[in-house]
Design a binder for this molecule. Structure first.
Ligand code: INI
Length: 183
């Protein structure tokens, strides 16, 4: 048995290629998400040349570009801000965006990180784009690095030594991990 989990200190981005797809709708918020994501990637050592940023009109368009980026990157970060306001459009846009991004990840095997804010108000969105509730862009970038590294480790059949899991779902039991071998 072994355990696969990466602690935050292990978020080494050197050599990883990260695609970012970001929505123009509610652009001031999504620009803040993008800036935070890029900072996190740079601090982790991801080279500028290894980051591709693609803008799309709205959150509904994120999945199709995420699929393209998945073909040539180790992980994809999808950033957007869907704000409920008064319109039922929200449910369609947010729901299809989430469903589409999940489908891309499962179909391609490349992690697609859901950095899409879904809030009732613009204030709530700002709170999550560097305000009182944290920074979803930074979190999404960290998630992309963790997942890219984790999948590389699983593919290599290595045993991880991270302590972030603790058997509560963060780590993976090597017995069920592809390539981990039994015996
Ligand atoms: N797109 C968003 O990213 N956020 C929203 O809040 C939003 N609202 O409220 O409508 C939104 N709509 C546009 C949508 O994503 C598509 O771009 C559009 O429907 C064209 O397909």
């Amino acid at each position: 048995m072994g355990e696969y989990a990466l602690g935050e200190a292990e978020l080494d981005g050197h050599g990883l290629r990260i695609g970012i797809v970001v929505s123009r709708f509610n652009r001031s918020v999504t620009r803040a998400l993008l800036d935070g994501a890029r900072q996190t990637l740079a601090r982790a050592g991801v080279a500028d040349d290894d980051v591709t940023v693609v803008w799309v009109p709205g959150a509904f368009e994120l999945p199709v570009v995420a699929a393209r980026l998945a073909a040539s990157h180790d992980a994809v970060v999808a950033l957007g801000a869907v704000i409920r306001g008064e319109t039922p459009h929200f449910d369609y846009v947010a729901g299809e965006c989430a469903r589409g991004l999940a489908e891309v990840a499962l179909r391609t095997g490349v992690p697609v990180i859901f950095g899409v804010l879904t809030t009732d108000t613009l204030d709530q969105a700002w709170a999550r784009a560097g305000g009182a509730e944290g920074h979803k862009g930074r979190e999404a970038a960290a998630g992309a690095l963790e997942m890219a590294r984790l999948l590389r480790r699983l593919d290599a059949g290595e045993r991880g030594g991270g302590d972030a899991g603790g058997g509560d779902g963060d780590g993976l039991d090597a017995g069920s991990a592809p390539g981990a071998g039994g015996g």
